[in-house]
Ligand binder design. Structure first.
Ligand SMILES: [Zn+2]
Length: 152
């Protein structure tokens, strides 16, 4: 154990090294780590210094978790953008099909939908996440689709 440890480091010599390594890579504040191991009587310098001795296996695990998380996020965003693109395409098709004077309600609803879809697409790229709520709303309101289909 403690292959790359440092004999002078309180944390490396302690039996809590792996636990502390995990807390460090999870980004927990120093104050919380200090409070979790009162028996070690740590200070911030001890932890800061120990960062050079982190167990490579713990670091590797954290790196893999982080990449898996990024990939999940990327997949979600791709799904959301495809759904929004479908909405935007449909809205444009409706504008080409319907005349605002004869079907003002349909055009108004889809104008609002289009503007919201475009706004949400921008928000996805800036990292916000109200998109799922919007899509849920849309599916709950699928009677609007029926209203539109009946005119097609
Ligand atoms: Zn150490």
């Amino acid at each position: 154990m403690n292959l790359n440890g440092n004999g002078k480091c309180k944390i490396c010599r302690s039996p809590f090294r792996d636990q502390i390594d995990k807390m460090i890579v999870e980004g927990q504040p120093y104050s919380q780590i200090i409070a979790a191991f009162p028996q070690l009587n740590l200070n911030k310098a001890n932890i800061s210094n120990h960062k050079k001795h982190l167990n490579p296996a713990v670091l590797q695990e954290a790196r893999e978790k982080y990449h898996a998380h990024l990939e999940e996020l990327a997949e979600d965003v791709v799904d959301e953008i495809e759904a929004l693109d479908a909405v935007i395409t449909k809205a444009f098709r409706i504008f080409q099909t319907f005349d605002g004077e004869t079907k003002p309600r349909v055009v108004e609803v889809w104008t609002n939908t289009l503007l919201r879809a475009i706004k949400l697409k921008k928000e996805i790229f800036s990292g916000d996440e109200p998109v799922k709520r919007f899509l849920d709303d849309l599916f709950l309101n699928s009677n609007l689709d029926e209203e539109v289909e009946s005119y097609e």
